[in-house]
Ligand binder design. Structure first.
Ligand SMILES: *Cc1c(COP(=O)(O)O)cnc(C)c1O
Length: 228
């Protein structure tokens, strides 16, 4: 199937899932994750109406983003502090803030560039040392510290559910992220607007939307399987 058909299919599945969502108002952002995808296929997705794209590595992103300056780009992968400056320049939203030290470097780069850097906190629910993210019980404390950084705008939370063939297995994690977002929002920290709940990928985005996701990150269901 072509990318246009894939995208139409994903959009109608999103619309169907949204009928069961707790909050059906407000926009739902569809981010097409284009890691490992070539320029031609990205062009096809853009021509089919996709306006948000996501990458997980700076190295790959720096080649692609200048080719599509009209798009909004999301960093969905881990960010090393020595690449923070470039990330601030390239991306509209950084989903993967997972430490105060990273936030402080982003603050410095934001100040130098004269802009406010929009970020999400990445939360992980399992104690897997190979995965990035903060444990859920640290989210509020980190949000509070970040709220003291003038050039960072904290806009929500992101998670990657543990992989499973059965999307229902992801539901409890998505529900917990939604509850966590509401708990942080209730603290009313300055400069913190808990607007986005970034959760749901190709295999589980419908469950994520039913649990309140308003930003889904979808690669394979749009671009096809990756060959890497
Ligand atoms: C690759 C990736 C996605 C998209 O995954 P698919 O299974 O291709 O939909 C979403 N989020 C993150 C953080 C990713 O690395």
């Amino acid at each position: 199937m072509g990318i246009r058909e894939n995208l139409e299919g994903v959009r109608s599945r999103i619309a169907r899932a949204r009928r069961n969502a707790p909050d059906r108002e407000g926009p739902l952002l569809l981010v097409g994750v284009s890691k490992g995808v070539g320029i031609e296929r990205i062009r096809e997705a853009v021509a089919s109406g996709l306006s948000e794209l996501g990458e997980n590595r700076i190295q790959e992103a720096r080649e692609k983003i200048p080719r599509f300056p009209e798009m909004r780009w999301h960093l969905v992968g881990h960010l090393q502090r020595n690449k923070a400056k470039e990330a601030v320049r390239l991306f509209h939203l950084i989903h993967s803030v997972d430490s105060l030290r990273l936030a402080e470097v982003l603050e410095k780069e934001g100040r130098c560039a004269g802009k406010t850097v929009p970020v999400l906190l990445q939360v992980k629910f399992q104690k897997n040392p190979e995965q990035f993210g903060i444990p859920p019980d640290e989210a509020s404390g980190l949000a509070k510290k970040i709220s003291g950084l003038e050039h960072i705008s904290l806009l929500g939370l992101m998670t990657i559910a543990p992989f499973s063939e059965d999307p229902e297995k992801a539901r409890p994690y998505f529900r917990r992220l939604r509850e966590l977002k509401e708990a942080v929002a209730a603290e009313r920290f300055p400069r913190v607007a808990m607007r986005y709940l970034s959760m749901g990928m190709s295999q589980d985005f419908e469950v994520a939307i039913e649990e309140g996701a308003n930003l889904v990150r979808i690669g394979r269901a749009i671009f096809g399987e990756r060959h890497r």
